[in-house]
Design a protein around this ligand. Structure first.
Ligand SMILES: [Zn+2]
Length: 107
């Protein structure tokens, strides 16, 4: 049986992120460029983690947005105006240095 995959591009979450002053963001699924899952304190070439794009794995990226919206994870951001990109990072586990990092297109 074929299950049709529908991507809800308008799916949107709100969340708070630090440093300095916590700032509130709204992120739409359609604006997510990619997700990094892996070790945090290493280079990001992909040697200690994986990158997926929205097209490759919309379900995983939606899971990331749900995690953001849950407020259960320490979340930091980098507002990269040069690339017009917002980088949002959740600490999944401090113990094992696991992070999920979302790269989001800014409008
Ligand atoms: Zn590397």
């Amino acid at each position: 049986m074929n299950k049709e995959i529908t991507i809800d591009y308008d799916y949107e979450v709100s969340f708070l992120a630090t440093p300095i002053e916590p700032r509130k963001f709204r992120v739409k699924l359609e604006d997510v460029i990619q997700l990094y899952t892996g070790k945090g304190n290493v280079c990001r070439c992909g040697c200690a983690g994986d990158y997926v794009t929205l097209a490759e794995n919309p379900k995983r990226i939606k899971t990331a947005l749900k995690r953001l919206a849950s407020g259960n994870y320490k979340t930091t951001y980098i507002d990269n105006s040069v690339c017009n990109e917002l980088i949002v990072e959740m600490t999944i586990s401090e113990e094992t240095d696991r992070v999920w990092t979302l790269y989001v297109k800014k409008k």
